[in-house]
Write a protein of this length. Structure first.
Lengths: 140, 265
């Protein structure tokens, strides 16, 4: 899709600020998208509700204290279209979660990767895109 | 074009009808939808736009790794409806000030972030799907976000005069050959057209020209004449892909909205 490039260059300054990652119903400016959170623990709760699914994970920190982290996921609608179900993650599941932290709240983050405690991806479902269909149309 | 991983020939019980074949559509010998087939027509010979649609102009992926759960494609025009215009949208000074404030606030005032309705024409570009139901006298557009609807009257009535402003305004449609021309007025004064906060106001007159290029593709030319927000009328064309072999999934935003609380510190 070489015709994307000029638009992306034009878009960079605004889009990076306003529309990172999986924007679904909000700008995500509440997250530090250049920051990184990586934790391992046990799922304590799954909220499979719109506009975003949330999972909660008990994580033992450096001081030996258990902290319950909240991770924002895409919408259940998006996840279902990628093959997830409301039972894909359950309380008790051991997970490694990588994401970006909330700017002003400790132990809240948006999740980018959820893997098992050995680092194996739990979900790899994806929607398929037929680019040629779009590229062949007159308006492009 | 978005296609979902399907097994058209084997129907297994599953959650909802996520992978259930759409009956009565043209298919290739192997069973895949024939998206290049001619556009269907209604009994009176007009193009039939009925079906489920999604903006077919994916932006880049922010996550490259295969198991990135945030992999999601969205229309470039969702970010900036004028992204394909050489000089961008022709903002008035008032609009520029609005944009400056909205940008400075990181887009946090976006009505969509607060679960407000999916206002058209912006709604065409959102990540949720639209479904067009076309009848001789009316086109109805259903939208997954907040299970919303929009009526477009095709019965020849005029646009209302000085109507009470609403999220979607008031729409009538007429045919120009095989193109359906939708005229809209009565839009609220404080609507957003895209994520970056391009305004649309009560002074706007919007014209959408819908053309079904073939079975799988629809083009919508969106023309905005809004002297309060823009120095001159402008048009942007988006592409919509037909989505088949699946269903609408409701997304009620207020069900469990938890992001706006994070804005408050």
């Amino acid at each position: 899709m070489t015709n994307r490039l000029p638009h992306l260059v034009i878009c960079l300054s605004v889009c990076l600020a306003l529309a990172p990652a999986a924007w679904a119903h909000h700008s995500q400016s509440e997250y530090d998208l250049k920051g990184k959170v990586e934790v391992e623990g046990a799922v304590t709760k799954v909220e499979w509700r719109s506009p975003h699914a949330w999972i909660y994970v008990d994580v033992v920190n450096d001081k030996g204290e258990t902290v319950n982290w909240s991770f924002e996921l895409p919408s259940p609608v998006t996840l279902m279209r990628r093959g997830w179900t409301r039972d894909s993650l359950k309380p008790g599941d051991r997970v490694k979660v990588t994401g970006a932290p909330a700017r002003n709240y400790p132990s809240i983050a948006i999740a980018n990767f959820i893997r098992d405690d050995k680092g194996k991806p739990l979900f790899t479902g994806t929607t398929k895109v037929n680019e040629s269909e779009s590229a062949s149309t007159p308006s492009r | 074009m978005w296609l979902f991983v399907l097994g058209v020939g084997s129907i297994e019980p599953s959650a909802q009808w996520l992978n259930y074949p759409t009956p009565g559509i043209p298919r290739l010998p192997g069973g895949a939808p024939n998206l290049k087939a001619p556009a269907p027509r209604t009994p009176d010979g007009k193009p039939d736009f009925s079906g489920m649609w999604f903006a077919n102009t994916p932006s880049r992926d922010f996550c490259k790794e295969k198991d990135c759960i945030q992999e999601e494609r969205m229309a470039r025009e969702q970010i900036n409806l004028g992204i394909k215009l050489k000089d961008g949208l022709p903002y008035t000074e008032w609009s520029k000030e609005q944009m400056k404030t909205r940008r400075a606030n990181g887009g946090r005032e976006d009505p969509h972030a607060y679960c407000m309705p999916p206002n058209f024409p912006r709604a065409w570009t959102l990540p949720q799907h639209s479904r067009i139901v076309q009848t001789p006298g009316m086109m109805v557009v259903l939208h997954e976000f907040n299970a919303a609807y929009r009526e477009i009257y095709l019965d020849g009535r005029p646009l209302p005069v000085n109507p009470n402003p609403t999220w979607n305004g008031y729409s009538t449609g007429h045919w120009d050959g095989d193109t359906l021309v939708i005229e809209t007025n009565g839009i609220r004064d404080d609507m957003w057209l895209d994520i970056q906060g391009s305004p649309i106001t009560e002074s706007a007159r919007v014209t959408e020209r819908l053309t079904r290029v073939n079975f799988g593709l629809m083009q919508i030319e969106i023309s905005v004449n809004d002297p309060k927000a823009y120095t001159r009328p402008w048009s942007a064309t988006i592409e919509m892909a037909l989505i088949v072999d699946t269903q609408m999934l409701e997304e009620i935003c207020m069900d469990n909205e938890k992001d706006t609380r994070l804005y408050k510190k």
